[in-house]
Design a protein around this ligand. Structure first.
Ligand code: GLP
Length: 245
């Protein structure tokens, strides 16, 4: 695991943007995207760049169950607004939040099988979740329905009018599929993620902290802010100054 610590945003996002651009220029064909506040600035940099994705494929991590693609809190809507409207891909895949669960799951696993992900962007939940794989999810999981933890519902309610509007379940790519991605970048900038980051990097590899499995991934880079990295010892981090980015 490579741990890069920047001043915060926008520096960390600029670093992530540069990695995505390099992978795209060097033959990367399939990009895995996350939603959330952490990747927003990276997507803005991509939107405003000359990066061309028109012959590439994107696959998102997850989608709320019960929200249609035009609902303004759906991940379809988020991705269109933050990236795809301005940077279209040849094909963009997200699970259909209104679809028949069995079919959605089967189709998504087929899509992942046929399109190995070259670069996956991840965020992390306060409880250490990646995508919507909550604590306790099997490391062998593929696409499945996740029932969201209370802490996730509370955190994600920031973007809804009220906590009651937050869906209680979602389709999510599984941990096994995430581990199959060739390269992974995990973004965390908030201080509220510091404990989850500590557990991910230095804690035991356990299904209680889904992101801890990344310790076993051959090419994962964590891009952190000083705040989200505040519990990590100096000797395991690489500080990247604004001048270097
Ligand atoms: C949601 C998403 C996750 C994301 C997490 C953190 O739960 N399903 O994929 O990692 O939010 O979001 P943020 O980037 O806002 O910190």
């Amino acid at each position: 695991m490579k741990i890069l610590v920047t001043e915060g945003n926008p520096s960390g996002s600029k670093l992530a943007y540069k990695i995505i651009r390099d992978v795209n220029e060097n033959g990367g064909k399939v990009f895995g995207f996350a939603t959330g506040i952490a990747p927003e600035e990276t997507y803005r940099l991509l939107r405003e760049s000359d990066v061309d994705f028109t012959d590439k494929i994107s696959i998102n991590l997850d989608e709320y169950i019960g929200l249609s693609s035009d609902h303004n809190q759906s991940y379809h809507y988020f991705m269109n607004r933050h990236l795809f409207n301005e940077k279209p891909f040849k094909k963009s895949y997200l699970p259909d939040g209104m679809g028949d669960p069995e079919e959605v799951i089967r189709e998504y696993d087929e899509i992942l099988e046929e399109n190995p992900i070259d670069l996956q962007i991840l965020g992390i939940g306060v409880d250490g979740h990646i995508a919507f794989n909550e604590p306790g999810t099997s490391f062998d999981s593929t696409t499945h329905i996740s029932y969201l933890d209370e802490s996730t519902i509370k955190f994600n309610s920031q973007l809804f009018n009220s906590i009651d509007e937050v869906p209680r379940s979602a389709f999510t790519m599984g941990i096994k599929s995430i581990m199959d991605c060739k390269k992974i970048i995990l973004l965390a900038f908030y201080e509220s993620k510091a404990q989850a980051i500590y557990d991910t990097v230095l804690g035991p590899i356990t299904e209680d902290v889904p992101a801890s499995i990344l310790q076993k991934h051959p090419d994962t880079t964590l891009i952190l802010s000083k705040k989200s990295a505040k519990l990590l010892p100096e000797n395991i981090i690489t500080y990247v100054s604004d001048e270097e980015i």
